[in-house]
Design a protein around this ligand. Structure first.
Ligand SMILES: *Cc1c(COP(=O)(O)O)cnc(C)c1O
Length: 392
């Protein structure tokens, strides 16, 4: 390949082709640029309706949404929260912001999501109920929430988690930031648990530059979330605060962009699926490199298309492929270092169930270009490069 004359194919970049300019201009023309404005409400209502919850609370980013959703769901200092170990670090940090502790759950090898059966094993073998609450027998801490992270566009197996949630009365806080538009057993991801979080940063399916959203059908939780994200002000006029609040508002300008982006979601999802199908077909001919599988109970949103490179079959590693793609001006990226081996959590005691599957996925997986605007020619270039790599 004549790599130096070729254009870079980015991993996953925004698609801005709808009413973004018009709606943002409207904010500028009317002066409604800050966090009060009709686009914020519209974005909240439209996303809630799309996903299937009653209320939406827009936030400055997805991490802030997770922080507040955990608080609203009742997580307190000293509690434990079950969370995927193979995830972008954000939900784990959010647990720590509250002073609660993560219990890391390994991935299952088929769809790479949090292994619900391991969560069940932890709850049934390592926990006990006292006064109607669930406690970790070893640490004595209360289990306060479960945070399934639906990674890369694919849902976590939720049936088992819903069982745990019901049996022990533990809320499910869905981290749906990577899987807007995905479905599990016909139900939209983000409308399955008690409360859910979304992100609109630059590489997510929809972007507002930066932004987030909390969705729930519990009115009291939605009100509490709005209150906490807007400095917990308790009087319309006077600056009276009964709680420590946060400035986690989304601006009207960002929300305007979100409203315009959401109008195009079906087109985006269709394109993501088409990209995934094309990759899947091509990869089925390449021995030792497989695409993400889709569970029978799932409709993936195919947010970030990722592949598994089997070093024994290919004779080279995922990181060799990463370097090869970069030499050919094709952007690719590894999955996250599992948080249970993250140096940021090294000096700190946490729970862990399994962990080897996540380590294996981290070692052998790569995400490859899948922007909504990816052209057929660009995708062909990516496929050709992977084929050449595998055959050389
Ligand atoms: C993107 C993302 C978030 C939120 O990220 P922000 O940049 O704060 O919007 C949270 N969890 C996961 C798994 C993510 O991928």
């Amino acid at each position: 390949m004549t790599s130096n004359t070729q254009e870079l194919i980015p991993l996953c970049i925004p698609q801005i082709q709808g009413n973004e300019w018009d709606y943002i201009k409207d904010c500028l023309d009317t002066g409604w640029v800050s966090s009060v404005g009709s686009y914020v409400q519209d974005f909240e209502n439209n996303l809630a309706r799309y996903v299937g919850h009653d209320y939406g609370v827009a936030t400055v980013n997805g991490t802030a949404a997770l922080h507040i959703a955990l608080m609203v769901a009742g997580v307190e200092r000293g509690d434990e929260v079950l969370v995927s170990t193979l995830t972008f670090i954000s939900p784990v940090n959010s647990i720590r912001y509250i002073g609660a502790h993560p219990v890391f759950i390994d991935s299952e090898p088929n769809f790479w999501q949090m292994d619900s059966n391991l969560a069940k094993k932890f709850v049934t073998q390592q926990c006990e109920t006292r006064d109607g609450k669930l406690y970790n027998k070893v640490t004595g801490r209360r289990i306060a929430a479960i945070v399934p992270v639906h990674i890369l566009g694919h849902p976590v197996e939720m049936e088992t988690l819903l069982d745990i949630s019901k049996t022990y009365d533990i809320p499910i806080v869905e981290d749906a930031t990577e899987s807007l538009g995905a479905k599990y057993k016909g139900k939209m991801v983000g409308a399955i648990g008690d409360i859910s979080c979304f992100s609109f940063n630059g590489n997510k399916l929809l972007t507002t530059g930066g932004g987030g959203m909390i969705l729930t059908s519990r009115e009291d939780w939605a009100e509490r979330a709005k209150y906490l994200t807007t400095q917990a002000k308790d009087d319309d006029l006077e600056y009276i605060h009964h709680n420590v609040g946060y400035n986690y508002r989304l601006t009207n300008i960002q929300a305007a962009m979100g409203v315009a982006q959401l109008e195009q979601i079906e087109t985006y999802l269709a394109k993501k699926k088409q990209i995934a199908t094309t990759y899947e077909t091509a990869l089925s001919e390449i021995d030792g490199i497989d695409g993400m599988a889709e569970s029978d109970s799932a409709e993936s949103a195919f947010w970030l298309y990722s592949i598994y490179v089997n070093p024994d079959k290919v004779g080279k590693t995922s990181r060799d492929l990463l370097a090869y793609l970069h030499d050919n001006k094709i952007q690719a990226r590894p999955l996250w270092q599992p948080i249970h081996i993250s140096p940021s959590y090294a000096d700190y005691e946490f729970g862990l169930v399994g962990g080897d599957v996540a380590l294996d996925l981290n070692a052998n997986c790569l995400s490859i270009p899948c922007s909504v605007g990816l052209t057929d020619a660009e995708q062909e270039r990516v496929i050709t490069a992977i084929r050449e790599f595998a055959n050389s």
